[in-house]
Write a protein that binds this ligand. Sequence first.
Ligand code: YNC
Ligand code: MG
Length: 388
Amino acid sequence: RHRFWETQPVGQFKDLGDASLPEGPIEQPITLSEVRPDPYTLPALYEWSTCDVDNDATAAEVYTLLANNYVEDDDNMFRFNYSKEFLRWTLRPPGYFKAWHIGVRVKANKKLVAFITGVPARIRAGNEVVRMAEVNFLCVHKKLRSKRLAPVLIKEVTRRVHREDMWQAAYTAGVVLPTPIATCQYWHRSLNPKKLIDVGFSRLGARMTMSRTIRLYKLPPLPATPGFRNMEFRDVPAVTALLRDYLSRFVVAPDLDEKDVEHWLLPREDVVDSFLVESPDSHEITDFCSFYTLPSLILNNATYSNLKAAYSFYNVATKTPLLQLMNDALIVAKQKDYDVFNALDVMENESFLKDLKFGPGDGMLHYYLYNYRLKHALKPSELGLVLL
Ligand code: YNC
Ligand code: MG
C-alpha cells in the first residue's frame, strides 16, 4: 500500500499496538563515513539546487513555487501563502544548515519545480531529548505530480540530515502515512465573519442572520488583563523559564533554550506575535501567548484574494486564566486585522476552544516521527509541539 514508506524506519501499521517493541530509535545510526556522499539520482531533466533564502531572488522563487503549488484545503478553495519573511524566519533558526533547504530545478531553464526543507531542533520524547530535523515544505509542482519525485526528495533530505549526524525527524501532514504519533484537529475562531462567509470559509449558521453573526463574534476593543503587553528582547530569560517549565508537562515537546526563544518567539511584524502579562506590582512575567501569521490565497473569489490568518503557537498561563489570556490574544489579532484565528487541539487548547467560539475545522493534522517509536499514540493534549 505504501511502496515508499514501507521501506523507511517509521512505525508500520502492522506493528500498531505491539507493546513488545521498545520505545526509541527504530534503526541505529551508521558511521558518518558510511553515509552516501553524493545526492540521490533525479530524472535526467532535473538537478538539485540548494536554495539560499537569504538571497532575494531565490526567496522569491521559493515563495512563488509554494504560493502556486503548496497545501490546499480539501475543496481547493484556499492555498497556504507563506510570506518570504516567514520563510526566512522558519528556515533559519539557531544552528540551521543551508544544505537542508533543497530545491529541484529544470536543467534546461533553471525553473524551480520542487522543494523540501529541514531545520534542526531538540525534541523531547518522554524523558529523552533527541536532536532532530523538523521537515517541512515538501512540494512538487502540480505538473510533476505522481511521478514518485517525493520519495527522492525525502531520501535526499534524509541523507543530508544524516551527514550532520542526526538520525531522527519530526513532521506533520494532512495525509495519513505510517504511522501518526498523534492526530490533531484545527479549530477556527471567526474575527471577520462577513468576509469568511463571503469567501466560503464558513457558512451562516442555521437560523442566523449576518448581523446576529457579526454580533456573536464581536470582541472588546482592548485586552482585559492588566499588564498585558508585547514581548521584548529583555523578556527572553523569563519567557524561556515559563515555557520550559510548561512544556515539561507534555510527552513530546521542543526543548527550548534562550537562543531558541529569541528566534522563535520575539515578535517579527506579520510573522510572529508574542504577548505576556507582567504583574503590575511585582513585575513578574506570569503568562505568555503567541501566534504566527500564515495567510491563505483565496482561489476563486472576485472580491478577495487573501485570507489573513493567525495560528496559535505557544501559550502559558500561570496566573491569568487561560481562557482570559486567549481572549486577549483574539482581541489583539482582531486589532491587527486578522480574519480568523486558528488553533490545534494540542496542549491545553481544548479548555478554551468552545468557550471562545472556535468551531471545528474539517481537515486533520497528523504528527509523525522518523526513526523513533513511541509505545502509544498520543492524545492531542499530550503534545506540546507546534510545527509551522
Ligand atoms: C507527505 N505530505 O504516500 P507511498 S507536509 C510524506 N509527506 O509514498 P509522488 C508523502 N510523504 O505511500 P506527489 C506526502 N504526500 O507510496 C505524499 N507522500 O509510500 C508520499 N502536494 O510520491 C506518498 N505538501 O511524488 C507516496 O507524489 C509518495 O507527486 C508518492 O508528491 C507529493 O511538508 C507532494 O501537500 C506532497 O506538492 C510533494 O502532492 C505533492 O503527489 C505536493 O508520486 C501539495 O509520497 C503540497 C503538500 C506536503 C506538506 C510536509 C512534511 C513532509 C514530510 C516528509 C517526510 C519527512 C521524513 C523525514 C526526513 C528526514 C529523516 C531524517 C533523519
Ligand atoms: Mg512526483
